[in-house]
Ligand binder design. Structure first.
Ligand code: NAD
Ligand code: TDX
Length: 334
């Protein structure tokens, strides 16, 4: 049994489905079903005895302690978080609550449970914490990508809360020897992502004939990682990562937001042409996000050489899987 937090969110639900499809052991899935969580991506698991869903909060220490004692997982995979940068600018409190206090609460419950295990199970136990490239701050165009040794320089309330969580996770290893692993991934895309994020927003707005808002000059750069590549990387880290280490995960697909918007429009022009002409006509530059990081890029040498993982999708191939998925979904709802 593994214990997943945030498994009704975008990445967590993709992780749980892939984990069980791969014939792995059962999953206990704890999710508070905030605005960002939904049981929809888990619908295919209904009736599957290997999946136990619990609607609850990671900050509820007694609930988490009870679940750990009852189910006795061999690992915790911690996705649960407030994840949207724009929301963190408007309301940072929830980010500190879930991302910092929630991670602290989970670490303490994990430590207490871990101490009840026998020696072999204690050595085999893993606490896998899912973090982000955003904790490293922003890169200039000519700077080399972030490595695991890049210094922390979080710039948004979201990334500051994730950085704080990372430091707690690190300290629980250093001080208490809890066998933790931390991963830093770049921007994910794929099925079941919330429509507040760039790629689903571009697709949804384009099909509704609404403007495609690009913040500032549209030249901010992100490294795009298909969620299935991310999930495969997490399986690898959980299986073979060395406790106490951190691993960068990226798609090696740096794109400006304008390039992303144009690529989405080109695919939509091919797959769902609009009578009014190319969807690119809808691209609209809007006021910038405050503190908008200019560029993220990931050096993935460590996970590639140490653990043998690499991304399988290019941005073109990943997008060619993703856009039709959203088209089918929007068509089936209309
Ligand atoms: P998401 O917002 O889609 O999902 C988050 C999930 O956590 C939701 O199901 C929500 O209901 C749940 N949740 C929130 N607060 C909770 C709480 N207090 N208790 C229990 N559950 C709670 O996020 P995502 O995009 O799937 O991201 C998952 C993780 O990956 C996050 O930790 C995020 O910081 C990290 N990450 C995401 C990306 C990305 O591109 N999406 C990139 C880097 C890192
Ligand atoms: O409407 C938009 N217009 C726009 O130009 C939106 C929603 C975004 N953007 C820009 C901002 C970013 O430069 O697109 C880029 C991507 O934005 P988001 O999808 O909001 O992602 P980002 O802010 O980069 O953060 C994501 O990746 C790192 C996740 O939301 C985080 O959880 C993760 O840690």
């Amino acid at each position: 049994m593994i214990f997943v937090t945030g498994g009704a969110g975008f990445i967590g639900s993709n992780f749980v489905r892939a984990w069980l499809a791969g014939g792995q052991e059962p999953v206990l899935n704890l999710d508070a079903l905030t605005y960002a969580g939904s049981v929809e991506p888990l619908a295919t698991l209904q009736g599957d005895a290997r999946h136990t869903f619990v609607h609850g909060d990671i900050c509820d220490a007694s609930l988490v302690a009870r679940l750990l004692a009852q189910h006795r997982p061999r690992a915790i995979v911690h996705f649960a978080a407030e994840s949207h940068v724009d929301r963190s600018i408007d309301g940072p409190g929830a980010f500190v609550h879930t991302n910092v206090q929630g991670t602290l609460s989970l670490l303490e419950a994990a430590r207490a449970y871990w101490l009840t295990l026998g020696e072999a199970d204690r050595a085999a136990f893993r606490f896998l914490h899912i973090s982000t490239d955003e904790v490293y701050g922003s890169l200039d165009p000519a700077e080399p990508p972030f490595t695991e040794d890049s210094r922390y320089a979080p710039n948004s309330p979201y990334s500051a809360s994730k950085a704080a969580a990372d430091h707690l996770v690190r300290a629980w290893h250093h001080t208490y020897r809890l066998p933790v692993l931390t991963t830093h991934c770049s921007n994910n895309y794929g099925p079941f992502q919330h429509h507040e994020k760039l790629i689903p927003r571009l697709i949804g707005n384009a099909l509704a004939g609404k403007p495609l808002p690009l913040y500032g000059d549209g030249r901010n750069v992100r490294d795009w990682l298909h969620v299935q590549d991310h999930v495969a990387a997490l399986h690898t880290v959980l299986a073979r990562g060395v406790p106490g280490r951190t691993y960068n995960i990226g798609g090696e697909c740096e794109k400006s937001n304008l390039e992303v918007a144009r690529a989405v429009c080109a695919l939509l022009d091919e797959l769902a042409p609009a009578a009014a002409g190319s969807y690119e006509r809808l691209i609209a530059f809007v006021p910038d996000r405050p503190g908008h990081d200019r560029r993220y890029a990931m050096d993935i040498t460590k996970i590639r050489t140490e653990l043998g993982w690499r991304p399988m999708e290019t941005f073109a191939s990943g997008l060619r899987k993703t856009v039709p998925w959203y088209l089918d979904r929007l068509r089936s709802r209309s």
